[in-house]
Design a protein around this ligand. Sequence first.
Ligand code: NI
Length: 156
Amino acid sequence: MAILKILNKKDPILRKQSRPVEEITPRIIRLLDDMRDTLHKAEGAGLAAVQVGVLRRVVLVETEPGELYELINPEIIYRSEERQQQAEGCLSIPDEWGITDRPMTVTVRAQNRSGEWYEVTGSGLKARAFCHELDHLDGVLFTDHVVRMLDPEELE
Ligand code: NI
Protein backbone atom coordinates (compact mmCIF):
# COMPACT_ATOMS: atom_id res chain seq x y z
CA MET A 1 0.00 0.00 0.00
CA ALA A 2 1.20 3.45 -0.83
CA ILE A 3 0.14 7.03 -1.06
CA LEU A 4 0.43 8.12 -4.69
CA LYS A 5 1.11 11.61 -5.97
CA ILE A 6 -2.00 13.33 -7.30
CA LEU A 7 -1.30 15.19 -10.52
CA ASN A 8 -2.15 18.86 -10.82
CA LYS A 9 -4.49 20.18 -13.50
CA LYS A 10 -1.57 21.60 -15.46
CA ASP A 11 -0.29 18.09 -16.14
CA PRO A 12 -1.11 17.18 -19.76
CA ILE A 13 -1.77 13.55 -18.80
CA LEU A 14 -5.07 14.66 -17.27
CA ARG A 15 -6.26 15.54 -20.79
CA LYS A 16 -5.66 12.09 -22.21
CA GLN A 17 -8.12 9.29 -22.84
CA SER A 18 -7.83 6.37 -20.42
CA ARG A 19 -7.75 2.84 -21.87
CA PRO A 20 -10.05 -0.02 -20.84
CA VAL A 21 -8.79 -2.61 -18.38
CA GLU A 22 -8.72 -5.88 -20.31
CA GLU A 23 -7.55 -8.11 -17.49
CA ILE A 24 -7.63 -7.51 -13.75
CA THR A 25 -4.03 -8.28 -12.93
CA PRO A 26 -2.28 -8.05 -9.55
CA ARG A 27 -1.05 -4.68 -10.78
CA ILE A 28 -4.64 -3.42 -11.11
CA ILE A 29 -5.46 -4.73 -7.61
CA ARG A 30 -2.43 -2.92 -6.25
CA LEU A 31 -3.51 0.24 -8.09
CA LEU A 32 -6.97 0.01 -6.47
CA ASP A 33 -5.43 -0.41 -3.01
CA ASP A 34 -3.01 2.46 -3.51
CA MET A 35 -5.76 4.69 -4.92
CA ARG A 36 -7.92 3.95 -1.86
CA ASP A 37 -5.12 4.95 0.50
CA THR A 38 -4.44 8.05 -1.58
CA LEU A 39 -8.13 9.02 -1.63
CA HIS A 40 -8.44 8.61 2.14
CA LYS A 41 -5.28 10.62 2.80
CA ALA A 42 -6.54 13.43 0.57
CA GLU A 43 -10.04 13.22 2.12
CA GLY A 44 -11.66 13.29 -1.30
CA ALA A 45 -14.96 11.89 -2.57
CA GLY A 46 -13.46 10.27 -5.63
CA LEU A 47 -10.30 9.59 -7.57
CA ALA A 48 -9.57 8.46 -11.12
CA ALA A 49 -6.48 6.45 -12.06
CA VAL A 50 -5.38 9.14 -14.49
CA GLN A 51 -5.01 11.50 -11.53
CA VAL A 52 -2.20 9.30 -10.26
CA GLY A 53 -0.72 9.04 -13.75
CA VAL A 54 -2.23 5.70 -14.83
CA LEU A 55 -4.24 5.90 -18.06
CA ARG A 56 -6.65 3.09 -17.24
CA ARG A 57 -10.43 3.19 -16.87
CA VAL A 58 -10.44 2.80 -13.09
CA VAL A 59 -12.11 5.12 -10.58
CA LEU A 60 -13.01 5.15 -6.92
CA VAL A 61 -16.00 6.95 -5.44
CA GLU A 62 -16.64 7.28 -1.71
CA THR A 63 -19.16 9.95 -0.83
CA GLU A 64 -20.20 8.24 2.41
CA PRO A 65 -17.32 7.16 4.67
CA GLY A 66 -16.88 3.40 4.39
CA GLU A 67 -19.07 3.10 1.27
CA LEU A 68 -16.33 2.77 -1.33
CA TYR A 69 -17.11 1.91 -4.93
CA GLU A 70 -14.35 0.49 -7.08
CA LEU A 71 -15.35 1.02 -10.69
CA ILE A 72 -13.41 -0.68 -13.45
CA ASN A 73 -14.41 0.09 -17.07
CA PRO A 74 -17.40 2.11 -15.82
CA GLU A 75 -20.12 3.59 -18.01
CA ILE A 76 -23.18 5.65 -17.22
CA ILE A 77 -26.21 3.69 -18.39
CA TYR A 78 -28.92 5.99 -17.02
CA ARG A 79 -29.11 9.75 -16.51
CA SER A 80 -32.20 11.34 -14.98
CA GLU A 81 -33.81 14.24 -16.79
CA GLU A 82 -33.89 16.05 -13.48
CA ARG A 83 -30.72 18.10 -13.04
CA GLN A 84 -28.78 19.51 -10.11
CA GLN A 85 -26.54 22.54 -9.83
CA GLN A 86 -24.19 22.19 -6.85
CA ALA A 87 -20.64 23.00 -5.80
CA GLU A 88 -17.91 20.71 -7.06
CA GLY A 89 -14.15 20.47 -6.61
CA CYS A 90 -11.34 18.18 -7.69
CA LEU A 91 -8.23 16.83 -5.96
CA SER A 92 -6.24 17.87 -9.06
CA ILE A 93 -7.57 21.44 -8.84
CA PRO A 94 -7.01 22.33 -5.20
CA ASP A 95 -8.71 25.38 -3.72
CA GLU A 96 -11.03 25.93 -6.68
CA TRP A 97 -14.72 25.23 -6.54
CA GLY A 98 -17.51 25.77 -9.01
CA ILE A 99 -21.17 25.07 -9.65
CA THR A 100 -21.72 22.32 -12.20
CA ASP A 101 -24.87 21.17 -13.98
CA ARG A 102 -25.28 17.40 -13.64
CA PRO A 103 -28.07 14.82 -13.70
CA MET A 104 -29.71 14.44 -10.28
CA THR A 105 -29.47 10.64 -10.54
CA VAL A 106 -27.27 8.32 -12.58
CA THR A 107 -26.77 4.58 -12.83
CA VAL A 108 -23.27 3.31 -13.50
CA ARG A 109 -22.32 -0.13 -14.75
CA ALA A 110 -18.80 -1.27 -13.91
CA GLN A 111 -16.66 -4.23 -12.97
CA ASN A 112 -15.47 -4.86 -9.43
CA ARG A 113 -11.99 -6.15 -8.57
CA SER A 114 -13.19 -9.73 -9.15
CA GLY A 115 -14.18 -8.80 -12.69
CA GLU A 116 -17.91 -9.08 -11.98
CA TRP A 117 -20.20 -6.50 -13.58
CA TYR A 118 -22.50 -4.61 -11.25
CA GLU A 119 -24.72 -1.56 -11.33
CA VAL A 120 -24.98 1.22 -8.81
CA THR A 121 -27.41 4.13 -8.76
CA GLY A 122 -26.66 7.36 -6.97
CA SER A 123 -28.37 10.70 -6.50
CA GLY A 124 -27.15 14.10 -5.38
CA LEU A 125 -23.51 14.11 -4.33
CA LYS A 126 -23.02 10.48 -5.34
CA ALA A 127 -24.33 11.17 -8.87
CA ARG A 128 -22.04 14.21 -9.14
CA ALA A 129 -19.08 12.13 -8.03
CA PHE A 130 -19.80 9.37 -10.56
CA CYS A 131 -20.12 11.91 -13.38
CA HIS A 132 -17.01 13.81 -12.29
CA GLU A 133 -14.80 10.74 -12.00
CA LEU A 134 -16.00 9.22 -15.27
CA ASP A 135 -15.28 12.54 -17.01
CA HIS A 136 -11.65 12.16 -15.91
CA LEU A 137 -11.41 8.96 -17.98
CA ASP A 138 -12.09 11.04 -21.09
CA GLY A 139 -9.74 13.88 -20.16
CA VAL A 140 -12.52 16.19 -18.99
CA LEU A 141 -12.22 18.39 -15.89
CA PHE A 142 -15.15 19.98 -14.07
CA THR A 143 -13.79 23.42 -14.90
CA ASP A 144 -14.47 22.63 -18.59
CA HIS A 145 -18.21 22.81 -18.10
CA VAL A 146 -18.65 24.73 -14.89
CA VAL A 147 -21.73 26.97 -14.68
CA ARG A 148 -19.74 29.44 -12.63
CA MET A 149 -16.68 29.35 -10.37
CA LEU A 150 -17.18 30.19 -6.70
CA ASP A 151 -15.40 32.83 -4.66
CA PRO A 152 -13.76 31.36 -1.56
CA GLU A 153 -16.16 33.30 0.70
CA GLU A 154 -19.12 31.51 -0.85
CA LEU A 155 -17.92 28.16 0.44
CA GLU A 156 -18.65 28.91 4.10
NI1 NI B 1 -11.46 15.33 -10.12
